[in-house]
Design a protein around this ligand. Structure first.
Ligand SMILES: Cc1cc2nc3c(=O)[nH]c(=O)nc-3n(C[C@H](O)[C@H](O)[C@H](O)COP(=O)(O)O)c2cc1C
Length: 327
């Protein structure tokens, strides 16, 4: 072993790298509403309110789900770098934007699974085109459900519940299209954060509509109808910042598992954004709990290449290393 290999990497370098990897996390409209502060022995996750959707997400629920996904991505990156992360959520009413502190002093064996999960971070993407007619294998569905254990719960919708979801998703789309503030906000983020290469060329004729971003993209959609898609609701017992952050971690865990299993996943959040349809969804779940996000699962057409990731913010804008840079 060379001297260089024998010298352990400083914790702050590993944390900075994990924060950079977390930049690949999914976020509502690709807003990336988070900020990391790197300390010598910990990293802090903050919500970045300037990137919150004030019209669609005034309470910051989807912002927190997005931050939770970034948090989970960082933990996966640390595991792949041989570090066991410890996450301490920080529900501090005096500092509501400080969401969690992550430490990663303990060495961990780098397992093959940790490396596969890390690879899935690079491969995961949102493909909004209709999925193929190949059903999602039941074992894959169950593995995706299992990935959320301990973070949130995932309920698979029955056929009747899918019809209720379809009605709610159409109503939510109509409500958002009729709201000039929502439209302005959508256009703002679409034009800055979602290039045409990641959006379908036109809205597809599907039972449950996916979000129409209001401008055509360049992805050819083909003849798909989402007939073989499965729908699931991520939900939990409480409706508070702590549980929305957990829901984001669950989203990331489920999506990385899906990616590893060749299953395409698309979040549908309009039904959550519009209070009336969120209530309708809650009733459709027979008051099981509070819905956090709807997910479409499916098998993408194997002939089609998936879209690239839309661009991410420069790391200097997202990661503050000033507390370690001097030392
Ligand atoms: C909380 C949350 C809500 C989202 N809602 C939607 C949605 O309603 N419709 C949609 O097409 N994509 C939705 N997305 C996917 C994001 O638009 C996507 O993650 C982002 O543009 C980054 O692209 P990528 O996932 O390909 O890396 C959502 C993602 C998150 C985390």
């Amino acid at each position: 072993m060379s001297d260089q290999q024998a010298t352990p990497r400083p914790t702050s370098a590993a944390l900075t790298e994990a924060a950079a990897v977390a930049g690949y996390a999914p976020s509502v409209h690709n807003t990336q509403p988070w900020r990391w502060r790197i300390l010598p022995d910990a990293m802090e996750l903050y919500a970045e309110r300037s990137r919150q959707l004030s019209a669609a997400d005034p309470e910051g629920h989807l912002m927190l789900v997005s931050c939770g996904a970034a948090l989970h991505h960082a933990v996966v990156a640390l595991a792949a770098a041989g570090r066991a992360a410890e996450v301490r959520p920080l529900p501090d009413p005096d500092r509501p934007d400080l969401l969690a502190r992550v430490t990663a002093e303990a060495p961990a064996e780098v397992t093959a699974e940790a490396m596969r999960r890390m690879q899935a971070i690079r491969l995961r993407h949102t493909d909004r085109r209709p999925v193929s007619d190949t059903p999602v294998p039941e074992a894959a569905v169950q593995a995706i459900v299992a990935a959320t254990t301990g973070l949130a719960r995932l309920h698979l919708l029955t056929r009747d519940q899918v019809l209720e979801l379809a009605a709610a998703a159409s109503a939510a789309a109509e409500a958002e299209q009729a709201d000039p503030q929502m439209q302005e906000e959508l256009a703002y983020w679409r034009d800055r954060a979602l290039p045409p290469e990641v959006l379908p060329e036109r809205p597809a004729q599907t039972t449950v509509p996916v979000r129409d971003f209001g401008a055509p993209g360049t992805l050819p959609i083909g003849p798909g109808h989402d007939r073989a898609a499965r729908y699931a609701v991520l939900y939990g017992d409480d409706d508070e910042p702590r549980t929305w952050l957990l829901a984001g971690q669950a989203l990331s865990a489920a999506w990385l598992a899906a990616t590893q299993l060749g299953v395409s996943m698309v979040p549908l959040s309009s039904v959550i954004e519009v209070p009336g349809t969120r209530q309708a969804l809650r009733r459709a779940l027979a008051d099981l709990g509070y819905p956090y996000l709807v997910l479409r699962l499916g098998v993408a057409d194997p002939e089609r290449r998936g879209p690239a990731h839309p661009p991410r913010l420069p790391v200097e804008q997202v990661i503050d290393t000033s507390a370690v840079a001097a030392g």
